[in-house]
Design a protein. Structure first.
Length: 107
């Protein structure tokens, strides 16, 4: 038996083995989107899938890059605060030493 497939029940599920669709006579020529080959669709689908899979990785990399810069800025700010605190402490020690020297000279 040589039964032809229908749209609902094709003979095969492989698109390469199915017959190409014929343009309808009721539609004007050139009104539909031009056909493109299965390999192009497959390649673009694979590329899109690969790109979509890489988006979270790129977002995570950008997030970590931003977090590293933020941590470096915070470390620099902490070093600056510590340096200013040490400078004030050194100035107070210097003033105490001057006072002690002045008191010693006065006596």
């Amino acid at each position: 038996m040589n039964i032809r497939g229908t749209i609902d029940r094709p003979l095969t599920n492989d698109p390469k083995k199915q017959a190409p669709m014929k343009p309808s006579t009721s539609e004007p020529a050139g009104s539909a989107i031009p056909d493109f080959t299965t390999t192009d669709a497959k390649d673009s689908r694979q590329n899109r899938t690969r790109e979509m899979q890489l988006i979270p990785e790129a977002l995570a990399r950008a997030h970590m890059h931003e977090r590293l810069h933020e941590a470096e800025r915070e470390r620099r700010a902490m070093r600056l605060v510590t340096a200013r605190r040490m400078q004030r402490r050194a100035e107070r020690a210097s003033m105490r030493a001057r006072r002690a020297l002045a008191m010693a000279v006065m006596q």
